[in-house]
Every structure is written in C-alpha cells, then in structure tokens.
Design a protein. Structure first.
Length: 340
C-alpha cells in the first residue's frame, strides 16, 4: 500500500457566520491509499476553531506511513484502524481521513458498499437538514429559498439576534427547524427561556445551548427543557459518552471529531444502549467525507450532512439528496468518484 496526500481549501457559497466567527473557506487535506490498482479516498476537514492544521495532519500521516505501507492484506482492517487510533493522542481529523480511506479501499477490495458492510438498509436513511448561518435578514431569506427543496432547516444562533433570525425564517417557511447554538447562550436560565419560546416555533430540538464544560447546567436544562437537548461540542469522542449520557437527550457524531467510521459505529452502538437520539453531523466537508458519514446514516435518527450544498468547489461526486433525503448509491466503498 502506498500513501499520497494533498492540501486544499474549500470555499463557501456565502460567508458562513456562527458563534465562532465568520468563515469563507476551510482547510482540507485529502488522502489517497493505493493498493493493487485500487484507490481509497479519505479527507481531513480542519475548521480554524479546532486545533488540527494541515501541517499537523500531514505530520500524522508521515507517522502512520510506515505502518500503512507495510500492509499487504486488508483483511485485518479493524486491527489496522485500532493501531492507527492509538498511535498518538488527539489528531482525530487525521485519523478520520485514514479510517475513511481504509474503509473505501476495503469496500473496493471486497466489491461491496460500506453501508452493506455495516449491515445497513439504504432505504432507512434520514433526511438531512439544510444549514442557515447567522446573517442579515435578506441573506437568511435568500438561503431559505436556496434550501427550499429540503424538508428541514438547521439554524445557527448565538444569543444576539435569535428571535429576529427565527422570525425571519418563519416569515418565509413553516418547515421544521433544528437550532444549533454552538455554546452561544451564557446561562441555563437564559437558555430555558429561549427554548420555551422556540418550542412555539416548530423547533425539533436544540444543539449545545451551553458551554460544553457546564455539565451540571446541562443536566438542569435536560430536566426542565420542553425540547430535546443534543450534545455537539460536549460529544467529541467515545470517552465523552459516559460523561454526558445523563445530561442530554441525544448526541451529534462527527467523523472529524471522533476519528472515523469505526469510532462512529462504536459510539452509535453504545448510544442506543443509553436510549439517546443520534444525529450524524459534519464539519465543512466535501462529498468524500460526507459520503463516508452517510454510510452509517441508516443507523441514526437525524442527519446534518448538507455540506456539499454549501460549498463551491466539491472535489468529489458522491451521495445525492432527494428533498433532503440521503440517497446512498451501490458503488463500492464509500461511494465516491474523484472529479478531474
């Protein structure tokens, strides 16, 4: 097996505003694993508010290179991924890129889609949301129009113009909304008051209303909120699940945070034992990582995998959406084709 990688930037169709600031692009490192004439594709997405960088990802790839290039038989893929995971702490996006590429390659060797290998039924995929960032009323209205084919909207709030944003959306559509606060509300009382109002606005649930370390406040909100509360920043890796399982009604799993498909599958299995609702989410990713995450989507309740619809330069063709419903294909591996 040989390893190749390349730095890239992906660009948003519109400047994207969330609690962490405004972004127009995201750094990416693409990975290719070559084995017996086949190529497995992987991706590390690196938003600026997380610690990994293109250089740190490439440094991790170089550390993993000797192990990967020593492999001649992919039948021990689970053991190989486990070795990658324990090679060094953190570096979850780099690990996710390798994990995705290995699954893609293994599926091509076995001539099988990853969703089949995970025992999923492709007709059970959920609908993905269409994301609306914090913006002017005019731009929010424009984005609602752009996402009119989707069944659900996901709305970013940060505590400043929350009611104005929701009211602007409600003046355009009555479609169900998921609210993502990205830790933007300051205390549990403010959060509860806002949630009680959101409960009158056809909101399905609220993601990460408070700072991730405020687990006592999260538990209080969990007990008092009329809407389900979903952990996002508080749910990074498998080890976080034990800490937050009694503080939230559900979790948002992201491959870049947990370390890839194998780690995500492990989290899904444990979360079901705790009766948690599960969303499969994403960072800003191309169809490579999105199609990878979608392979597990029949096992979850909700999806936020709309990133390919929000960027201008997708490097891959992969899954499609019908009114926002994730449509898995039968291609081997993660089901993507690299654009020329």
């Amino acid at each position: 097996m040989t390893i190749h990688y390349k730095k890239e930037l992906i660009h948003f169709k519109h400047p994207f505003k969330i609690a962490h600031g405004t972004r127009t692009s995201t750094s990416i490192v693409f990975l290719q694993l070559h084995h017996n004439g086949l190529i497995g594709y992987g991706e590390a997405s690196l938003p600026p508010y997380l610690p990994e960088t293109q250089n740190s990802v490439i440094s991790f790839f170089e550390k993993a290179k000797a192990l990967l290039e020593s492999i001649s038989d992919l039948n021990e893929i689970d053991l190989l991924i486990e070795q990658i995971q324990i090679m060094q702490e953190n570096n979850t996006a780099a690990k996710a890129a390798i994990d995705i590429a290995l699954h893609d390659l293994y599926g091509k060797v076995k001539k099988q889609s990853c969703w089949k290998m995970f025992g999923c039924k492709k007709e059970n995929t959920p609908f993905t949301t269409y994301t609306l960032g914090i913006d002017t009323n005019e731009m929010i209205e424009q984005k609602v129009n752009e996402g009119k084919a989707f069944k659900y909207f996901k709305v970013k709030l940060n505590g400043e113009y929350d009611k104005e944003i929701i009211t602007t959306i409600r003046n355009k559509t009555d479609k169900p909304i998921i609210v993502d606060v990205n830790q933007g509300w300051k205390d549990k009382y403010e959060a509860l008051k806002k949630i009680e109002w959101l409960n009158t606005q056809n909101v399905l649930f609220v993601e990460q209303p408070l700072a991730k370390e405020k687990l006592d406040d999260a538990f209080w909100l969990f007990e008092n909120s009329p809407l389900p509360i979903i952990a996002d920043e508080a749910m990074q890796q498998f080890t976080d699940l034990e800490k937050i399982k009694h503080c939230f009604h559900g979790i948002n799993i992201k491959l870049m945070k947990c370390g890839g498909l194998s780690a995500a599958k492990k989290i899904i299995t444990a979360a079901r034992e705790y009766n948690l609702k599960i969303m499969m989410g994403c960072m800003t990713e191309t169809s490579c990582a999105i199609s990878a995450a979608a392979q597990l989507s029949p096992l979850v309740d909700y999806a936020d995998l709309d990133s390919p619809n929000l960027i201008t330069n997708d490097f891959f063709e992969g899954i499609k959406f019908t009114e926002g419903k994730i449509m898995l294909n039968d291609a081997f591996g993660i089901g993507v084709v690299k654009k020329l």
